[in-house]
Design a protein around this ligand. Structure first.
Ligand SMILES: NC(=O)C1=CN([C@@H]2O[C@H](COP(=O)(O)OP(=O)(O)OC[C@H]3O[C@@H](n4cnc5c(N)ncnc54)[C@H](OP(=O)(O)O)[C@@H]3O)[C@@H](O)[C@H]2O)C=CC1
Ligand SMILES: O=C(O)[C@@H]1CCC=N1
Length: 269
């Protein structure tokens, strides 16, 4: 049985908990200051909730740091003296193992994880990084927790967490942004809201499922839609004229840069 305590019961913790509660063998509790969020988590997932940190976390326990990066230092300050060797998993963007370890009075059993919100329905993608000193058993525990919520990728370097934040961590928001654009376009064509939503979501679902199912190169799948002298090529030409692909790259780079910046800003003494 894994005893897992989430510190922070916000959006991302909720998504991981939703994935985890479908797996067996986990006892989950959540420390969250907001009473409404505590009630919601208890009702939705049957987890134990607390307003304050417990006095003590034994070495058999797992603590997931799921507060905003800006709240992390203070939380670690309160946690340091209560950690009796527990495994700490941090899902916070930017903040590195060395800062976490310093704030936790030299604690070394730390794994960083960059999850994403589709974990909520077991379709998350998570990047994991463990420093060399973390043993196989702890890596395996982190792996099992995130595998309950989707797929996992282990990163050799800690900087890989910044990279994966820019792709899959923040990525669902990029996808939702494109879906919003497609819904707006559908509305402009005169479709009602419900139909516009269904057309956009159905198109995304179908396209992703086709890509998975066929295993084809994505460019080939796109070419299969784009008839010579037909309609699609006009849309793609317009996207190209707007440099949409380089806009996506610039966005991902801006996201990564913010992750690095957060780490630097928040780790300063
Ligand atoms: N959202 C996402 O898609 C992803 C988020 N992350 C990371 O996950 C972390 C959480 O993000 P997210 O869930 O979006 O943020 P939220 O703000 O939704 O969640 C953080 C929660 O922690 C609570 N909190 C604040 N202080 C404490 C405290 N001292 N003890 C316990 N709980 C506290 C907050 O309460 P209050 O609101 O009252 O301050 C809030 O409910 C961040 O570090 C982020 O970088 C990583 C990947 C994806
Ligand atoms: O926007 C953020 O800072 C967090 C980290 C990755 C996704 N959401």
């Amino acid at each position: 049985m894994m005893h897992i305590t989430f510190i922070g019961g916000g959006n991302m913790a909720t998504a991981i908990i939703a994935g985890l509660t479908k797996a067996r063998g986990c006892q989950i509790s959540v420390v969250e200051p907001n009473a409404d969020k505590r009630a919601q988590l208890a009702q939705q997932f049957g987890v134990t909730t607390q307003e304050q940190l417990p006095v003590y976390f034994g070495s058999g326990q797992i603590v997931v740091l799921a507060v905003k990066p800006q709240q992390l230092r203070e939380v670690c300050g309160g946690l340091a003296s209560r950690l009796d060797g527990a495994l700490v998993l941090s899902i916070a963007a930017g903040v590195g193992v060395s800062a976490l370890s310093r704030w936790l009075d030299g604690h070394e059993r730390i794994v960083r994880i960059m999850p994403n919100t589709p974990a909520m329905i077991g379709k998350g993608v998570a990047g994991l990084y463990a420093p060399r000193g973390v043993d196989e058993q702890d890596r395996d525990a982190a792996q099992r927790i995130m595998a309950a919520a989707g797929s996992t990728v282990w990163l050799d370097e800690e900087s890989g967490i910044d990279d994966i934040t820019a792709i899959s961590g923040s990525g669902p928001a990029y996808v939702f942004y494109f879906i919003e654009g497609l819904i707006d376009a559908a509305r402009q064509m005169g479709f009602d809201d419900a139909t516009a939503r269904e057309l956009a979501l159905g198109t995304f679902e179908g396209a992703v499922a086709l890509a998975r199912h066929s295993g084809e190169d994505i460019a080939t799948l796109r070419a299969n839609v784009t008839s010579k002298g037909g309609t699609t090529e006009q849309a793609i030409a317009s996207f190209d004229a707007s440099e949409l692909k380089s806009a996506i790259l610039r966005g991902a780079r801006a996201c990564r840069a913010r992750s690095v910046e957060l780490g630097v800003q928040l780790s300063q003494d």
